[in-house]
Write a protein that binds this ligand. Structure first.
Ligand code: SF4
Length: 324
């Protein structure tokens, strides 16, 4: 069941030299108990798409069209007080750097109790019990003792667990995890991903994973949406995406991850465009190995090879359909 739907989201920035578009008709949905990975290089629009859901956008950002549906309501049209009831409580953010969410001056327990008080209306013994349960659920050992620790006394992985505990204490329906393991070493990374799997399976929580790490996506995601220069260029169930990627950008990304010993890795020539750069036709055409004349003049539509798998490329047009 879809719990969140982003449809045709167009967003840009009002800069001194005019309006620059950053997101182009971004469309994706997140389902209960599933993990959708939004994948792409830095600056492709993944984080700004996630921030649009929470309506935590920089001052100069402007949504020009699109709908973000959660609980039958458009988040874009909600008042700030309505959004406050949703942010943190029903849709929670797991940031790349947990220190941006933890206050170094207060114990982790105080911060968790504050969240429980605000979002659950609990205080005293009941709130304390809930805090211990949340710490135990994210497998922080000696929960009672650790509630008294300050953030600097926690390792990176423990801080990330504490942030997840805050989301669990509020029974969040959606977790937006923005590069949640980038700052962690590989073993801790695996533990945090295991924890997310457990939450997804046991609580039926929907997870939106924002990442550039395709190896992480392969091991964890149910669905993959690939973003390039502000547009989703391919979307598919994860198993199908890794077995049969369609878009040249997806293929290039997959060929650039180390997998088999002795296999030469591909590189994608050039750089992703800045938002100031105007690009005609397919936004990937200046870097595409398969570029054709049509690509620089016309914008490819999303061509579907089945109802769950599309690619925005003229090469897919030959065997895909514009809608199914
Ligand atoms: Fe490459 Fe053309 Fe496909 Fe764009 S539409 S990805 S330029 S082949």
């Amino acid at each position: 069941m879809k719990v969140l739907e982003v449809e045709n989201l167009n967003l840009g920035f009002d800069c001194d030299d005019g309006y620059h578009q950053a997101l182009y008709d971004v469309t994706f949905s997140v389902e209960c108990g599933k993990m959708l990975a939004l994948v792409g290089e830095s600056g492709c629009g993944k984080t700004i798409s996630a921030m649009s859901i929470l309506q935590l956008l920089p001052k100069r950002a402007r949504i020009t069209s699109g709908v973000i549906t959660f609980d039958n309501k458009n988040l874009i049209e909600m008042s700030s007080s309505e959004l406050q009831h949703i942010r943190g409580r029903r849709i929670a953010l797991i940031p790349q750097d947990p220190m941006t969410s933890l206050n170094p001056l207060f114990t982790v327990g105080d911060q968790l109790l504050e969240v429980i008080k605000i979002h659950q209306g609990l205080s005293g013994e009941k709130a304390y019990k809930k805090a211990i349960e949340a710490f135990e659920e994210v497998q922080i050992p000696c929960a009672e003792e650790r509630l008294k620790s300050y953030p600097h006394e926690f390792s990176g992985g423990m801080k990330q667990r504490a942030i997840i505990a805050m989301a669990l204490a509020c029974n969040a329906e959606i977790l937006i995890a923005d590069e949640p393991t980038t700052a962690l070493d590989v073993t801790i990374q695996a533990q945090i991903m295991d924890l997310m799997h457990k939450i997804k399976a046991e609580r039926n929580t929907a997870i939106l994973l924002i990442t550039h790490d395709l190896a992480l996506v392969k091991e964890n995601a149910d669905t993959v949406s690939v973003m390039y220069a502000g547009r989703i260029v391919e979307s598919a169930p994860a198993s199908e995406f890794f077995a049969n990627p369609l878009h040249p950008y997806s293929k290039a990304l997959l060929n650039s991850i180390p997998s088999q010993r002795g296999k030469t890795l591909d590189t994608i020539c050039g750089q992703p465009p800045s938002i100031q750069q105007k690009i005609s036709g397919c936004r990937f055409h200046p870097r595409c190995k398969h570029v054709m004349e049509v690509c620089s003049e016309n914008i490819p539509k999303n061509y579907y090879i089945n109802k769950d798998h599309f690619s925005a490329c003229f090469l897919t047009k030959g065997f895909g359909q514009e809608s199914l």
